[in-house]
Structures are given as C-alpha cells and as structure tokens.
Design a protein around this ligand. Structure first.
Ligand SMILES: Nc1ncnc2c1ncn2[C@@H]1O[C@H](COP(=O)(O)OP(=O)(O)OP(=O)(O)O)[C@@H](O)[C@H]1O
Ligand SMILES: [Mg+2]
Length: 355
C-alpha cells in the first residue's frame, strides 16, 4: 500500500513535449483512473511511474521516498499491459511463480503464494495448463496473477481488458474491483472504456495533450464538468452541444428560429450542453420542435436521434421502447436545471433559473 506523488513531471520525445508539467498525488489505496483521447500520454505517464521510461523533468515519490532515479525493478510496482505476454513454455503455476523464483523467494513460501493468488483469481484448477490451453479471460487473469504475486505497493494497469469481448470485460471488471478490495493496494488504471472508468475509479483524471483537464469523482466529472472537453468526453451517448448565447430574457438557443429558455448565466456563453437523459418527448409545452430521424432500441432503453433544426442531431434517451418512429414530429422538454453552458474558451459557466 502506497501513496504516489508526481511533482512537475514532464516528458519529451526529441523536441515533442508529450507530458506537460504534471502534478498529482495518488492516495494510499486509491483507485485512480486515467482517461483521455488516443495519444494524450496515458501510457507514457504509467511507464514513467513504473520506471520503464525515463522522465525529462520532475520527481516521483513513493511513500515519501524519491524513486526518480530507481530502476523499475526496485520501485515495488507491478504493471499489467494491454498486450500481456505469458511465457508460452511455462504452465500457469510457473508463469505466476516466475518472479518469485527470480527474486529468490524460498520454495515452499513461493509455492503457497502462487496457490493463494491462483485461488483468488479462480485459476487454481488450471495451474498445470499452458497458456495456449487457456481462454482469453483466463490468460488475462494469469497476467494479473503474475503482477499481484509479488505483493506490489501499487498496481499499474494499461488497458488490461481491451483485448477481451464484452461479456468477459464485464466479468473481469468485477474481478479487478474485487481484487482491489482484497489486497487494498493503490491502483492506477488506464482505459478507453467509459464503464470501466466510471465503475472502477475513486477518482478519474481526464487528460488531454499531456495535461490534466479535470480530476474528480465519477459523479463530479459527469455532473459538474469543468469544461466542454470533459463534458463531451464523459458520458455515452455524448452530451448534446448546441450553440447558444444570453438574450435579454434568457438563454437563446441558436437554430432556424431563436428560442429563449428561462435561465441566466453570470457571463457570456457560446454553447450549451444537454445530456441525453435530460431531454424527453412531450405532446405540448416543450422547448424544441423536432423530427425523429432514427431510433436505436437496446431492450431496457432506446436512443432517439432527432433533427431540431440545429445543425447536428439531438440525441435523447427513453426507457424501454421509444414511443416514436422515424419521420414523426414531436416536442422536446429540456431539464433546464441540469443544462450546462460553456464560454468561448470552453469553460463551464454557472447557470441559474430565471423566475
Ligand atoms: N518512443 C516514442 N517516441 C516518440 N514519440 C512517442 C514515443 N512513445 C509515445 N510517443 C508519443 O507520445 C504521445 C503519447 O503516447 P501514449 O502512448 O502515452 O498515448 P496514450 O494516451 O497511451 O494513447 P492510446 O490511448 O492510443 O494508448 C503520442 O503522441 C505518441 O505518438
Ligand atoms: Mg496507451
């Protein structure tokens, strides 16, 4: 269990600065998730923390000890990669126990620890198999087993589940959460997957071009995004963004005809964000008129794409089967208290209801 502190971290590859002045404290036992677009520096950060990549500037502390100059093997961290490579000529037992053997751990102690880890990962009946005789999910669990067997101070996961199919991902997601509560070690987890980020994180760090856009709990990022980038990045389907500005009597949504909504902003606004669950179809008294373009039915819910004469389609969510078909006209009621507004720099602007 460990606190990890990153101070003024920077990383450049030749003349390109990939990580820009990065400061972050990860609490002992915390589950921290990095998300961000491809190429924003997530893997680079993890590799720097782990000690696989050098850092250009800054310092890394683990439990108050400066480890910046320590090689990976002496930092006491375990990393699981997306493309985990198991030793093909070794059984599950040998794969999991390999690092203990290298570290010279006494035979009976090592063998007990391998069995304990295998049990916690439901691999105990597969100990004599070779990697080629395992399913994708089982192989992934062996890779995790190899990481946890050394009882690291922290786990670093770089998209560990992205090679698995949807059902296995869901299963392994729960497995990772369960492992964390069993071992309680600090965990840094990189993912592209919204569900993994929202469900596994105590805090999520949203990265963009090597910088932190926002750090917060999943609900803080979803409900109070600091800016448009975070609002658009967190949430699926994406938040609807519509051009808007403040008028004399409320918010004007830009479309064929301006529509005023009874909300006020403290400063100039350029765009408005409305999440798909904060829009519902109504017979009368709605804020927008629309024509339904497409309906996606998922069983428990449907996503409806509607043309409100605003450029891009508006997407909203209904429970179960949507009572709408493509080509139909209807009105949409917006939950104004939940609406977000952004200024010309993309920063969130607080809104208040006009009474
Ligand atoms: N060895 C390298 N040499 C030069 N540039 C590199 C090197 N490794 C990474 N980069 C660049 O650094 C940036 C960050 O890469 P990184 O792998 O950290 O992104 P990422 O956020 O993990 O992306 P993804 O989600 O696609 O895995 C990218 O622009 C990448 O091209
Ligand atoms: Mg990566």
């Amino acid at each position: 269990m460990s606190e990890i502190v990153l101070r003024g971290l920077r990383k450049s590859f030749d003349s390109v600065e990939v990580i820009k002045e990065f400061d972050l404290t990860i609490a002992d036992g915390e589950r921290l998730v990095f998300v961000g677009p491809s190429g924003c520096g997530k893997s680079t950060l993890l590799r720097m923390i782990c000690g696989i990549d050098d850092i250009s500037f800054g310092r890394i502390y683990i439990d108050g000890v400066d480890v910046t100059a320590l090689p990976a093997a002496r930092r006491g961290l375990a990393m699981v990669f997306q493309n985990y490579a198991l030793y093909p000529h070794m059984t599950v037992r040998q794969n999991i126990g390999f690092s203990l053997r290298v570290a010279g751990v006494e035979r009976t102690v090592a063998s007990e620890r391998v069995v304990e880890v295998a049990q916690s990962l439901h691999l105990d009946h597969l100990l004599e198999r070779y990697p080629r005789e395992l399913s994708g999910g089982q192989r992934q669990r062996v890779a995790i087993g190899r990481a946890i067997v050394r009882q690291p101070k922290a786990f670093l996961f770089d998209e560990p589940l992205s090679n698995l199919d949807a059902a296995l991902r869901a299963e392994m997601r729960l497995e990772v959460a369960r492992l964390h509560s069993t071992y309680g070690a600090t965990m840094i987890y990189v993912t592209h997957d919204q569900t993994e980020a929202m469900t596994l994180a105590d805090r999520i760090v949203v990265l963009n071009q090597g910088r932190i856009e926002q750090i917060g709990t999943p609900s803080e990022l979803y409900e109070q995004p600091a800016n448009r980038f975070v609002a658009e990045f967190i949430g699926s389907p994406r938040i609807n963004i519509v051009a808007g500005r403040m008028g004399p009597e409320g918010m004007l949504l830009m479309s064929g005809a301006d529509r005023q909504l009874p909300v006020a902003a403290t400063r100039d606004v350029l765009a408005v964000g409305i999440r798909p669950e904060h829009i519902r179809p109504v017979e009368t008294g709605g804020h927008l008129n629309c024509t339904v373009r497409n309906v996606e039915f998922f069983g428990a819910e449907s996503f409806v794409y509607a043309d409100c004469n605003m450029g891009a389609d508006i997407v909203f969510r209904t429970d179960g089967r949507a009572p709408l078909r493509p080509g139909e006209n209807c009105q949409l009621l917006l939950t104004l208290e939940q609406m977000l507004a952004f200024d010309d720099g993309g920063k969130t602007v607080p809104l208040q209801a006009v009474v």
